[in-house]
Design a protein around this ligand. Structure first.
Ligand SMILES: NC(=O)c1ccc[n+]([C@@H]2O[C@H](COP(=O)([O-])OP(=O)(O)OC[C@H]3O[C@@H](n4cnc5c(N)ncnc54)[C@H](O)[C@@H]3O)[C@@H](O)[C@H]2O)c1
Ligand SMILES: [Zn+2]
Length: 359
């Protein structure tokens, strides 16, 4: 088992990464003010892991109230949040009752927001079971639900007390979900660490084959990279925006095709390919580096092209993206593999060249 500590002063917390950790509740017990938890999961994860995890907690003397949500992004909603509050109130959960999220990013985000708001805040614990949740959504304390007018529009910054990432849960993850999580891992190498990117080039097949040690290293290094960015800029006033590499294009793709058609990681992969091309157009990145990125994305089974949408349409969607501040489009671009920069001075002609090339 490896441990990465997110160093946020008195809100610091450990992320434990290893295999078989679901039954190792010793990692969680020290963080519970009361031997009582509300365990939130969904209908897909429950039959896979709930009994094992719940059993381990109960064996350690922890009382468990369980809440099983329907599966899917569309349930990251106000209505679902209310059913969580209903369950917490009906079973008299108190301020010392911890909320534990067992599942992917959807369960993590909505449970985190419930924890941030129930009785003005109760302890929160993340047990992420998708690759995306382990390398991205469980780190950094962003919690949210969706609003009909926008994704993640209602939420809070609320850090967990501990994160437990069990690599064994990834064995049941659908292939497409695994690859989508891999996109964010590749992103971490691209924005911060060329040697990690090189490691991914060597080990991509081992990750796709779900070799535990390869997965654990990829998750651990991602936690280190995202954790360091979060620690330097918890509320996304500056550097944390670098984590949005590939996302300006990616959100436009998700918006155009409707959330759920493309998985987020797939849209981000294509977005990263476009952002690399734009970095080349801006004279920041060498063409050979951009090719190197695309090659790894393809080997990871991720898309790097988008069809069936006009470049003008994507440009329009990008300008309503939340990264469009002061009327200017902000792009995260690469100056080399391992180093990203925020640029607000992308010329319309450079953007046109990128969009025209890729479609
Ligand atoms: N808070 C953040 O900083 C942050 C960052 C990135 C993404 N997100 C959010 O995360 C969400 C996406 O997360 P996700 O990709 O994990 O999606 P998800 O939670 O929908 O999980 C994907 C699918 O896998 C299933 N699943 C979960 N664990 C499984 C397992 N071990 N075996 C088999 N199936 C399993 C889920 O039930 C679901 O059907 C989005 O709502 C996004 O906005 C948040
Ligand atoms: Zn993302």
């Amino acid at each position: 088992m490896q441990t990465y500590t997110v160093a946020l002063g008195d809100r610091s917390y450990p992320i434990y990464i290893g295999t078989g950790l679901l039954s190792n509740v010793e990692l969680i017990l020290p963080h519970l003010p009361q031997k009582r938890v509300a365990l939130i999961t969904n209908e897909i994860v429950a039959p896979l892991y709930l009994e094992k995890f719940r059993g381990a907690l109960e064996q350690a003397g922890v009382k468990v109230v369980q809440v099983v949500l329907p599966d899917g992004e569309k349930y990251k909603s106000w209505a679902t949040l209310n059913t969580i509050y209903d369950a917490l109130l009906a079973s008299h959960c108190e301020r010392g009752t911890s909320i534990v999220a067992l599942g992917g990013g959807v369960v993590g985000d909505i449970s985190g927001f419930a924890a941030a708001t129930y009785q003005r805040g109760v302890p929160f614990i993340q047990v992420p079971t998708t690759l995306l949740a382990q390398v991205d959504s469980s780190i950094g304390g962003k919690t949210a639900i969706n609003h009909p007018l926008g994704k993640n529009m209602i939420g809070a910054f609320y850090q967990p007390r501990v994160v437990v990432s069990d690599m064994q849960t990834l064995l049941s993850l659908p292939e497409r979900e695994l690859k989508a999580g891999l996109a964010e891992i590749i992103k971490h190498g691209l924005i911060r660490d060329e040697s990690f990117f090189s490691w991914l080039e060597v080990n991509i097949e081992r990750i796709l084959a779900r070799e535990m040690d390869a997965l654990a290293h990829a998750v651990f290094r991602s936690c280190e990279i995202k954790g360091a960015v979060v620690v330097s800029d918890e509320r996304e006033l500056g550097e944390r925006a670098l984590l949005n590499f590939g996302h300006t294009f990616g959100h436009a793709i998700e918006n155009e095709f409707g959330y759920g058609t493309w998985l987020h990681g797939e849209a981000v992969a294509t977005g990263m390919a476009l952002a690399c091309d734009l970095s080349v157009q801006m004279g920041m990145l060498g063409k050979s580096d951009s090719d190197r990125v695309c090659k790894l994305l393809v080997r990871a089974g991720l898309p790097i092209e988008v069809k069936g949408v006009a470049p003008e349409r994507l440009r329009a969607l990008m300008s309503v993206d939340k990264k469009a501040r002061d009327g200017k489009l902000h792009f995260i671009l690469l100056e080399r593999i391992g180093s990203a920069r925020i640029r607000a001075d992308v010329s319309p002609s450079a953007l046109d060249r990128t969009l025209a090339q890729v479609f």
